[in-house]
Write a protein that binds this ligand. Structure first.
Ligand code: HQG
Length: 184
């Protein structure tokens, strides 16, 4: 599969598996899984045909490991990033002391007032390292990296989850747990 097709297909899979399964009329269970056979058939009927080997290649090589098969590879789902209401059924996990969130300077004023909100997604997305946070934040504009007092949040009763591809997820980050960079 050439690189262009790989990227195009990965974006289409993100659309179907995270946001709009209805664009190909596929059924998703409450945990976000769809049947691989049905996915391949319905993609083909929408002019987006790929074969099983190509799907395996994308699952294995996707730059952010966005998708996962179940054990017998009969089902597939997105690891995180959903806007539709599904339950990933992840178990709460103790986060590192500090997590990072990359965002754009234009959002800062609002974040300083309401904390980090999940917006259109199912969770607020946090990173264990600054480099990843920087990549996430740059997508939105001039980068700023916020630190999150994750252990303190957890002690105060907030749950954290870690997706299969290593993204830390939580429901919201209230202002007292955020460390904003100083202006110096
Ligand atoms: C911001 C990508 C104003 C938040 C990435 C972010 C990630 C606020 C934006 C994944 C706010 C939402 C998620 C507030 C939050 N006021 N702005 N109170 N609270 N925001 O894209 O975290 O490539 O939904 O800072 O790698 O940027 O799709 O979230 O800038 O893992 O696989 O609202 O998406 O992965 O933006 O990125 P997003 P995100 P994929």
């Amino acid at each position: 599969m050439d690189k262009q097709k790989e990227i195009r297909t990965s974006k289409f899979l993100s659309l179907v598996l995270r946001h709009k399964p209805e664009v190909i009329g596929i059924t998703m269970d409450e945990n976000g899984w769809v049947e691989v056979d049905e996915l391949l058939q319905k993609m083909a009927s929408k002019g987006k045909a790929i074969n099983f080997e190509e799907l395996q290649y994308i699952v294995a090589n996707n730059n952010k490991k966005r998708f996962t098969f179940n054990e017998d590879q009969s089902l597939i789902r997105a690891n995180q990033g959903h806007s539709i209401d599904i339950n990933l059924a992840l178990k709460p996990k103790s986060p590192p002391n500090i997590l990072y969130h990359g965002t754009a300077t234009r959002f800062l004023e609002s974040i300083q007032q309401t904390g980090l909100e999940k917006r259109s997604r199912q969770h607020v997305h946090l990173s264990a390292d600054k480099a990843t946070a920087a990549m996430v934040g740059k997508r939105h504009g001039k980068l700023v990296i916020l630190e999150i007092k994750a252990t303190e949040m957890q002690k105060d009763g907030f749950d954290f989850f870690c997706s299969k591809n290593g993204v830390w997820l939580t429901d919201k980050v209230p202002v007292p747990y955020l460390i904003f960079p100083s202006n110096e």
